[in-house]
Design a binder for this molecule. Structure first.
Ligand SMILES: [Zn+2]
Length: 773
């Protein structure tokens, strides 16, 4: 794509982007790597322009002996962007520039750079005003109300202080568990470190963030903490928190881990009451920090204050693996919950103590990310997704790491945590086999999941759920199909997901509560030659689901595409016909226009029957004007591989319009009011009409809107500016997205002097075949 400058529209879009409080969490597609480098965004995305000063982040990896420089743009307004793309070699620290590019997470993929001012001759040395040394940890904040998450790095200092890092780019070498020295200056929030330099001094210690290999019990200290400025009245109490953790949170973990992970929860000064509690609690039982709420949502200060108060009350913090802070709602935070992903096993509830938040945040402490969903128009996953998919980071409605419902973690997550017995996850790598899955909630069963590695970035996990225990709130009598990280490229906003559930029920677009593959249904991944077929379902706690899994591409098919009329007119009906030739092919065909599903044509079924050549049709009148690329994609079935038609170039022309104009009085008296009415006939024409006198727009008669309904509409204007003499009046219709513009014939309007007394008789209008007089 050639570089070009940003239009006014793209500047506006970018201003809107800047107005967003926080950019969404960037992609991560590898639970070990945690943060993937952002992928170049689609060239279809609008370009944006941002002005600022070039800066850099230097990472000196003493372990590998490499030093890496990352270019950063400090935008006017304080936001930071990592710069990627072309033309960056010449950028020097301190230069003032305007860059044009496309954002992806907190990165800008640059296509063009405009210099505003060169870098100073003497490069300004970054003056490090703050330095922290310690272990890198990762936190995740959950803005459940907004359906988004945000992650970041925190250095757990050797001095016991935790310091969040403000970074535009997470360097590939900076990963959880490594020992680092980070320097920079204190950020605007007053507690984060705006980082200029990171020195990596050591790799993570062995077993860092490891998961338990045998059944284990975690002591969890929940600290309900209030501040001197917290509201006097309580929306909930430590008693409610205690009840929630003892009767829901701990039992959920016990149930879903099959007793492998127990939580021994102590709500400070409620479950137990050491002698120090009396002096450090409110009448309602909250621990009192004795200080005001830390400014700017400084959650590490919240933790420090809560820890020291709990210590004063009589708790020995080192006895507890997990600490969970519950505070009254703090609007400066925005998030509902926040947690470290693994070490140091701390989590926060911002005005929330309920299971759907606390089970989720503890899940992060157990190293889990989110359970998302993938919506791919017209298919479950595949080539049509590219540039045309949406990922909901929390879109899985079935588990606590997803969309609010606090159900069991999914099979991939349970497997990651060593909660599923050895051998209960089957790996299917070739041929055809049948598997009988037990409900994932039911303990002591032989088989819970099938895992299929289709490609390096597409691993399927298939499981069966029943409304048992904490999962009793939903019905899912089919096979749930998920893909696990790392996800298919390109995926620039995959969020921080462990898994994405796929929609096996395409009729309800974007709805995932019915995502399961039901009895008798077949799912085909034509791209990798994988077929799933549910052959038996027994519901209930002792139930099971039997599934046939086949790998190996069936014979190829061909799909051809034809149009009923080409070129066509905007708004007129066109029928696209896809002909699929194979072995009695069945299954859906998706029709797209420039990569976007044509409304109503996302999944058109081929007819039943034994014919080897079948058609699917897509009647539409919704194709906009232009030369459009129409494509039909056949999904395939057990006996036929999928196939994609060649692009069909459909020319859609605008409708012709005609414009006529008449005068209210002709001749008219000079400088008396006369009105002109233009009639535009087309296909529901909209848009303005301009009336001109001798080629010059008449004052007050430019851009007059059409009124009326149907295919013939009028625009009227009046003028009192016509002087005596002959005037050549023309009405011009500009056209719209459905109609070409048109120009009336000119007609002669005669202005006469008021005193002349003459009585002219003549035509008063023109319909494009006007006879001038
Ligand atoms: Zn989360």
């Amino acid at each position: 794509m050639p570089a070009r400058h940003c239009s006014a529209l793209c500047r506006l879009l970018f201003a809107l982007a800047l107005a967003m409080p926080v950019l969404p969490a960037a992609a991560h597609r590898d639970s070990d790597a945690m943060f993937g480098a952002p992928q170049p965004p689609s060239a279809a995305l609008p370009l944006v322009a941002v002005s600022g000063t070039v800066d850099e982040l230097i990472v000196d990896d003493r372990v590998t002996g490499t030093t890496t420089h990352y270019l950063v743009l400090r935008a006017e307004g304080g936001k930071k962007f990592a710069l990627d793309g072309t033309g960056l070699q010449a950028l020097a620290k301190g230069a003032k520039v305007e860059v044009i590019g496309r954002p992806a997470g907190a990165s800008l993929f640059v296509t063009d750079v405009r210099w505003v001012a060169p870098a100073p001759k003497t490069e300004p040395d970054s003056v490090a005003t703050a330095t922290v040394q310690g272990i890198v940890t990762v936190f995740h904040a959950d803005y459940f109300a907004e359906g988004r998450g945000e992650y970041g790095l925190v250095v757990q200092g050797d001095d016991g202080q935790a310091t969040p890092l403000s970074l535009a780019v997470v360097p590939e070498s900076v990963r959880a568990g490594k020992s680092v020295i980070a320097s920079g200056s204190i950020a605007a929030d007053g507690f984060s470190l705006d980082v200029n330099d990171i020195i990596i001094v050591a790799l993570p210690p062995p077993g860092f963030n490891g998961v338990a290999e045998a059944p284990t019990t975690n002591n969890v200290l929940v600290i309900p903490i209030k501040f001197t400025d917290s509201p006097a009245s309580d929306a909930f109490t430590p008693t409610t928190i205690d009840t929630e953790f003892q009767t829901k949170v701990a039992p959920l973990y016990q149930e879903q881990s099959f007793d492998a992970q127990l939580l021994n929860v102590t709500v400070a000064c409620k479950t137990t009451t050491p002698a120090g509690c009396a002096a450090h609690t409110s009448a309602g039982g909250w621990l009192l920090a004795g200080a005001a709420t830390p400014a700017n949502c400084n959650y590490t200060s919240v933790a420090s204050l809560a820890d020291s108060t709990a210590t004063a009350a009589g708790y020995t913090l080192s006895n507890y693996k997990n600490r969970f802070y519950v505070m009254p709602y703090n609007s400066a935070c925005g998030w509902a919950g926040l947690a470290y992903v693994g070490s140091p096993y701390q989590a926060w509830g911002n005005g929330y103590y309920q299971l759907w938040v606390t089970a989720h945040e503890l899940g992060h402490n157990f190293t889990l990310w989110h359970s998302g969903s993938l919506y791919c128009p017209g298919q479950s996953i595949g080539p049509n997704c590219v540039g045309n998919y949406s990922v909901n980071e929390y879109g899985d409605p079935f588990d606590a790491m997803g969309n609010i419902y606090p159900g069991h973690f999914n099979a991939m997550q349970k497997s990651k945590l060593n909660w599923l017995p050895a051998g209960s996850v089957k790996t299917h790598s070739s041929g055809t086999a049948s598997y009988t899955l037990s409900p994932i909630e039911s303990p002591g069963q032989a088989t819970y999941a099938v895992k299929i590695s289709a490609a390096s970035n597409r691993t399927y996990w298939i499981e069966y759920r029943q409304p048992i225990g904490f999962d009793s709130g939903f019905i899912s009598n089919g096979a749930q199909v998920r893909v696990a990280s790392p996800f298919e490229f390109p995926c620039t906003s995959c969020g921080s997901d462990d898994t994405q559930i796929l929609d096996m029920s395409l009729g309800t677009a974007g709805v995932f509560s019915d995502a399961a593959l039901l009895l008798g249904q077949t799912y085909i991944d034509g791209q990798y030659g994988i077929a799933l077929n549910v052959t038996n379902v027994v519901t209930g706690s002792a139930g099971s689901l039997t599934l046939s899994v086949a790998i190996g591409s069936p014979p190829p098919t061909t799909t051809t595409l034809a149009s009923s009329v080409n070129p066509s007119l905007v708004g007129s009906s066109v029928t696209f016909t896809a002909t699929v030739t194979g072995t009695a092919p069945t299954g859906p065909v998706a029709f797209t226009d420039g990569g976007t599903t044509i409304t109503g044509c996302g999944a058109v079924s081929l007819p039943a029957g034994s014919a080897n050549s079948k058609i699917a049709t897509c009647p539409t009148s919704a194709i906009p004007a232009g030369t459009r690329s129409i494509v039909a994609t056949y999904a395939g079935d057990l006996s036929n591989s999928g196939s994609i038609s060649a692009g069909l170039s459909q020319v859609v022309n605008k409708n012709l319009s005609t414009t006529g104009v008449v005068s209210s009085a002709n001749p008219s008296v000079a400088l008396a009011t006369v009105s002109f009415t233009a009639t535009v006939t087309g296909s529901g024409p909209t848009g303005p009409v301009t009336f001109a006198d001798g080629g010059t727009a008449i004052s007050g008669c430019a851009g007059v809107a059409l009124v009326g309904s149907g295919n013939s509409k009028t625009a009227t204007c009046s003028t009192a500016a016509l002087i005596a003499g002959a005037h050549s009046i023309v009405a011009t219709y500009s056209g719209d997205s459905s109609n070409n513009g048109s120009v009336s014939s000119s007609f002669a309007q005669l202005g006469i002097k008021a005193s002349s007394g003459m009585n002219f008789v003549g035509n008063t209008g023109s319909t494009g075949t006007n006879t001038p007089w």
